[in-house]
Design a protein around this ligand. Structure first.
Ligand code: ADP
Ligand code: MG
Length: 406
């Protein structure tokens, strides 16, 4: 009997109607003869009674302490798990719920963003042997000392893939509220299209650059274990997106060189970026000091462009206050530009193809979108723009590369 993992996100579990759909997805696989491990997120989104954000709003984040915060927010998934298990039992199926701790997910001690060290599958296997549907609460684990930890936002995706790897699963299904990985966020680009198949590296870039649909860590783990992942909609029976290694895509007929002229496969964005310009000369020893101050304060820099007379980079909005605290000890003048948005145009075939940057610049200029900064790699071109231009820019690039067409 093969084992599979199915993960259901917050909106999939938000109400009774959706939970019935969830139950039928689980029962389908169980009846097909699979051993089914279900990973659940907390019910609903911000504002819903047991959603992670709602739980967070019950305490003062600054004084509660990281350990207690993790204890608190781990409750959302436990509630989901029990509610879903109850529904399965009412339909006549035996199921049981394990918390991350009980499921043997062992992590380091970094509360709020813990890394999974290993999984002791003893308890899970015992339950599966008894022919039970097993529900594991996503987003959480525990340290060797039994302290409850959480894995960071989107962490249930990681839980699912980690379990897929530990249990040597045939595949992992991630169920959400859209039809799969799409060419752009359908909330902004109405004619975004579902991508049938995508390789780990492209999806990782998409996830890293803001496409919420799967957590980047989950993609890393899938790539490490060569685990097949399917992204599907809980509310319908669409095929969804299949995620695999590059070799699969090369064999796939749509990707055979010559037939597939597409250089760009998807566009994504990250809001709340802040552009920082510091007037500082290269030969100034303050540069080394500034870099180590930034590192010590764990501020992550992005889109880094250093010139002789100035250093330009972007940071997250949350880090602005900390950076300003650092910079007040320096003589250098600096400028902060808030409300920026990073747009990523992604395609693993753009490498060596001239003209992609030209097309991006022209498409954005034609919409009067100011480009504040750019950067590029073999597979991605990044443009920093004003957040107010996000929808215009995303739609213009989507049209320019004909992403709405299959
Ligand atoms: P879940 O609660 O199921 O984990 P998320 O909200 O984390 O769901 O992720 C699903 C959301 O990701 C979608 O509702 C969609 O708005 C957003 N999204 C952003 N970019 C993309 C993309 N390229 N493809 C699909 N969905 C995307
Ligand atoms: Mg998610």
């Amino acid at each position: 009997m093969e084992t599979i993992v199915q993960k259901f996100g917050g909106t999939s579990l938000a109400n009774e109607k959706n939970r019935k759909k969830v139950a039928s997805k689980i029962i389908d696989k169980y009846e097909q003869g699979y051993k089914v491990v279900v990973v659940v997120s907390a019910i609903g989104r911000k504002g819903d009674p047991y959603a992670t954000d709602t739980l967070l709003s019950l305490v003062d984040k600054k004084s509660v302490g990281l350990r207690d915060l993790d204890l608190l927010i781990s409750c959302g998934e436990i509630i989901s798990g029990v509610v879903l298990s109850n529904l399965l039992r009412k339909k006549g199926y035996t199921s049981s719920v394990l918390t991350g701790y009980q499921a043997g997910i062992r992590t380091d001690k970094n509360y709020g963003r813990a890394e999974v060290i290993d999984v002791d599958t003893k308890n899970i296997k015992k339950k599966l042997k008894n022919n039970q549907i097993l529900i594991v609460t996503g987003f959480q684990g525990a340290t060797n000392e039994g302290e409850i930890t959480t894995l960071g936002r989107g962490g249930s995706d990681t839980s699912a893939v980690i379990l897929g790897e530990a249990l040597n699963c045939k595949y992992v299904e991630i169920y959400t509220d859209v039809d799969g990985i799409m060419t752009a966020d359908p909330r902004i680009v109405s004619d975004a299209r579902v991508i049938d198949s995508i390789c780990y590296s492209e999806l990782h870039q998409l996830a890293e650059d803001g496409a919420k649909v799967i957590h980047p860590k989950a993609v890393e783990i899938a790539a490490r274990g060569n685990i097949e992942v399917k992204i599907k909609n809980t509310l319908n029976n669409c095929e969804g997106t299949i995620v695999k290694g590059n070799e699969y895509l090369i064999k796939n007929k749509n990707h055979i060189e010559g037939k597939d002229k597409k250089v760009i496969n998807a566009i994504t964005y990250k809001k709340s970026r802040v552009q920082v310009t510091v007037e500082m000369h290269d030969n100034n020893k303050n540069m080394n000091r500034l870099m180590s101050d930034i590192t010590r304060n764990e501020i992550s820099l992005d889109l880094i462009n250093f010139f002789l007379d100035k250093k330009v980079f972007t940071i997250d909005k949350e880090d602005v206050e900390r950076l300003q605290n650092i910079l007040k000890d320096y003589d250098s003048r600096y400028y902060i530009k808030e409300n920026c948005c990073k747009i990523s145009t992604i395609g693993y075939k753009m490498h060596g193809k001239p003209g992609v940057m030209g097309r991006i610049v022209t498409a954005l200029n034609n919409q009067n979108v100011d480009i504040l900064q750019t950067s590029d790699s073999h597979t991605t071109i990044w443009c920093l723009i004003n957040e107010k231009d996000l929808s215009k820019a995303l739609n213009a690039l989507h049209r320019e590369f004909s992403l709405e067409k299959g």
